[in-house]
Design a protein around this ligand. Structure first.
Ligand code: BGC
Length: 568
């Protein structure tokens, strides 16, 4: 693509998003739990990092059984985090700094402590059909049994996704924990309630929403048993889920035009679903859609993935994208092991080179910028219901607590996260040497590399340029080339191997100048500045660099990410 033709993009298409797990980011009142005032106190850090948008995991009123994904009031703030006036202050402070905020919305289920569920359980109108209730069946011993074999993710209630409610004398469905009943999204009144929730937060100036657990929105109305051969066809990924995303998009777009507001970032959470299904989220010729979070790094890339495999995974997804559509890159989040633990502590800078320099939005999960690692959590400190439901012997394979521990700000007690020595989850013992303050003061650190990449990613060659992946040195070296007419060429070169590699880039680009400039280097690279020969430079184990070749690209030679347009 020519730079004269650079696409006129919405702000959210290339924004850099920082995901904050509110319980773990910063405590302001000494209760050992993060809160909104704490986030306000750290906004300068976030701005200085070059972040453009903050994504807040749930802050609504909740028994916090599932850390806030069990909402008992969608239009107020849980006292643990503050109140609505703290929220308004946060919005004000955020917007004053030119940042944006998106909230996590959970349409699939509420808490069983939500008034809607309480009233529904008592058969009070109009709430009777707000949830998925059924009579179930009677077995040969006359015992009441669930209507089918649907299973819950949390494995409580012996794994069944149905719980018996004594008051209503019926079963209710919950894909997640029994305290998280699924809302009946086929009920128009429930959809209206959801729109009311969007309205409430839009009026409070939020800049968008993350839509939680999309593939679970609908289940088979006939309640047919899942078969063991074809898994989860009646409870997962029904086409109605995609259609509901289109409705959300249309509703929010209409709100924006009615209120003359800036367009909103909408993003949909969806794991384990087919690429075709994910692509449908983007919309079609008649409906605008909502981009899915791109979890390829989380679900497909591991610490032993080689260059050809990574190239295949990332390229395949990019090539599938509808024309003129941007994707997003997520290295880690609150539901998975941290990227530095999962893919390699020494590889985090190289991973950031990919996630920040590939086209589209980039997500950074708090602490990822300093390569925070998963924290070992003992059984008696475990709070995640996913871990608790599995018991003492297995909890560690399921609990998400290790990736949710307090942010490591400094070497002070409680890592500068709280003045309380007891924190909501234990702090990683490495906080003494792995924290923001130390990394800020070092000449080279993950944080320093991250900040350099954030500055670089704003160049049009990274937002709008072409891309090409190449595997070198028997799959041990991955190269990503970014090019745009009239801009210098960039090469991101990552040594995935455990030993030093000699790299020769001449096979990748004809007529490359003899030397290339080193623009960014991983904190573990030997050299960080100067020039390197195009055909023979050394990268130590797990090191990564961004190189710039000063000749301007005359014409694009590689696959273009942008062609024509689709509704979005
Ligand atoms: C959220 C999880 C949560 C689950 C159930 C997910 O998609 O990301 O953290 O536990 O929904 O609410």
């Amino acid at each position: 693509m020519d730079n004269e033709e650079l696409a006129d993009r919405e702000w959210w298409e290339t924004t850099l998003i920082y995901q904050i797990w509110p319980r773990g980011f910063q405590d302001s009142d000494g209760d050992g739990e993060g809160d909104l005032k704490g986030i306000i106190n750290r906004l300068d850090y976030i701005t200085n990092l070059g972040i453009e948008t903050i994504c807040l995991n749930p802050i609504y009123v909740s028994p916090l059984f599932d850390s806030g994904y069990d909402v008992s009031n969608y239009t107020d703030i849980d006292p643990l985090f503050g109140n609505l006036s703290d929220f308004d202050n946060l919005m004000q402070e955020v917007h004053n700094r030119g940042l944006k905020v998106i909230l996590d919305v959970i349409p699939n289920h509420s808490s069983d402590q939500h008034e809607w569920f309480q009233l529904s359980a008592r058969n009070v109108q109009p709430y009777i059909d707000y949830y998925i209730w059924t009579n179930g069946s009677i077995d040969k011993n006359g015992k009441n049994i669930p209507p089918n074999n649907w299973i819950s993710t949390y494995n409580d209630e012996n794994g069944s996704a149905w719980s018996w409610h004594d008051k209503r004398q019926q079963w209710y469905y919950h894909k997640f924990h029994s305290s998280q009943p699924d809302l009946n999204l086929r009920n128009e009144k429930v959809i209206k309630e959801l729109m009311g929730i969007f309205d409430f937060w839009l009026k409070r100036n939020v800049d968008g929403f993350r839509i939680n657990a999309v593939p679970y929105f609908f289940e088979d109305e006939a309640l047919r048993n899942e078969s063991f051969v074809k898994k989860d066809i009646y409870t997962f990924g029904l086409p109605e889920s995609t259609a509901l995303l289109y409705i959300f998009r249309e509703y929010i777009d209409n709100w924006v035009s009615r209120n003359n507001a800036t367009s909103k970032l909408l993003i949909a959470e969806s794991y384990d679903i087919s690429d075709d299904n994910l692509l449908a989220y983007y919309g079609n010729n008649t409906h605008k859609g909502i981009a899915p979070l791109n979890f390829k790094f989380i679900t497909h890339i591991h610490n032993n993935s080689n260059a050809t495999y990574i190239k295949h995974i990332l390229e395949k997804w990019l090539k599938l994208l509808p024309k003129n559509i941007m994707t997003n890159w997520v290295l880690s989040n609150h539901d998975n092991s941290r990227a530095a633990s999962r893919i390699g502590f020494n590889r985090i800078d190289g991973l950031h080179m990919l996630s920040l320099l590939l086209p589209g939005q980039a997500y950074t999960y708090y602490g990822e910028e300093i390569a925070m690692l998963d924290t070992k959590i003992f059984w008696n400190s475990t709070i995640d219901p996913m871990g608790c439901a599995r018991g003492i012997n297995e909890y560690k394979y399921f609990s998400r607590d290790p990736a949710r521990t307090p942010m490591q700000w400094s070497s002070k007690s409680s890592a500068g996260f709280s003045i309380n020595e007891t924190t909501y989850l234990p702090i990683h013992l490495n906080y003494i040497n792995r924290n923001v303050e130390i990394q800020r003061n070092r000449i080279r650190s993950n944080l320093k590399t991250y900040k350099q990449l954030v500055i670089l990613r704003k160049q049009p060659v990274f937002t709008d340029g072409d891309y090409e992946f190449v595997s070198l040195n028997n799959d041990r070296v991955l190269v990503l080339k970014r090019s745009l007419k009239n801009y210098p060429l960039y090469f991101i070169v990552i040594n995935l191997g455990l030993r030093q590699e000699k790299v020769n880039l001449t096979s990748i680009h004809a007529n490359l100048k003899n030397t290339l400039n080193m623009v960014v280097a991983s904190s573990n690279a030997i050299r960080v500045t100067g020039t390197v020969p195009r055909d023979n430079f050394i990268l130590t184990a797990n090191a990564a660099v961004v190189l710039k070749s000063n000749e301007k690209q005359e014409q694009t030679t590689t696959e273009s990410i942008i062609t024509t347009s689709i509704c979005f």
